[in-house]
Design a protein around this ligand. Sequence first.
Ligand code: PLP
Length: 378
Amino acid sequence: MIRRNILLNPGPATTTDTVKMAQVVPDICPREKEFVSVMREVEEGLLRIVHADPEEYAAVLFCGSGTINMDICLNSLLPAHKKILIINNGAYSSRGADICEYYGLPYINLKFPLNSRPDLPLIEKTLQENPDIALVYTTHHETGTGLMNPLREIGALVHRYQGVFAVDTTSTYAMRPIHMEKDEIDFCMASAQKGIMAMTGLSFIIGRKSMIEASAEYPKRSYYCNLYMQYAYAKAHGEMHFTPPVQVIYAVRQALLEYFEEGEAGKWARHCRVYQAIRTGLSAMGFRIYIPEELESGLVAAALYPDDEHWDFEKIHDYCYEKGFTIYPGKVENLGMFRLCALGAIDEKDIREFFSVFQEALQHCGVAVPVQYNDRIS
Ligand SMILES: *Cc1c(COP(=O)(O)O)cnc(C)c1O
């Protein structure tokens, strides 16, 4: 009935028909008790995914795309006269630095190469030399390249220096197993259209209640995007402060049921299968992956454009799109790349079908397969 598109872009992801259809509900005012109980169910599920004890942690919901979470954490969790440390090895952490810039927040932008792990001793040295750092922010998985960051190790350092650790987990949450305590996370975040495989419009931050409560005293830098305000309102009324994305929340409830049915381990195993099929397909065609294998997330493969005069990403994209497969460009300046992501409700078979279309697309454009690289890039 509904055409099934295979989205290999980094979110929104392919959804099941049952999640799509869950949005079709009788009209309801979100202030009704019936809707409040749907919200409660969703909050509980979101906490359970990251093994967060509801006594210690809260899930705070917002209407917006994933970037709203980054904005909220950075502007809400900084005490007066303190500083933020951004551990930056990718486009999403750079966005975090941009947010600090826009709010005029004092921050240190600790930059590392985009294709390697951040240097832990340098992070420790920075924390040691700047006792006014109160909030440390990084990205779990840099979706632009497919690089994974070592959260536990960074988190342990942050906590050794009494910092608050906020992590953008938008492209790992509900895919790779995450455990708030064991992974040393105080705040994590995601939005409904990625790992939980629902629709765009709902984003959420999971964080330590004691830290959110402490932030009531911090300078207020935004009205709509303030963490404590939204938390306190939900605690008192069980609802979002302003109009929630009603139908998306019904889709999220259904997506959570399907998440727990598949299970944390089962879902991660499926993502791994899909990723393996992507990697196998790419290497069979001779493509090179930007990130060294041992640092890959297992969710996003960023392949370098081959050195072939007939390579035309737009043309290849359009060919695949016509057949129901969406591929996505890279996100690193001056380096031609495209990305294939293992996010949504897809499996190995979809990837095998994709590669037969992708082969056709390259043939159609006259690109030689296996693809070639001049050895100046490696
Ligand atoms: C998708 C994503 C976001 C949010 O992007 P939006 O376009 O605002 O939804 C943030 N961080 C990471 C790591 C992401 O992958």
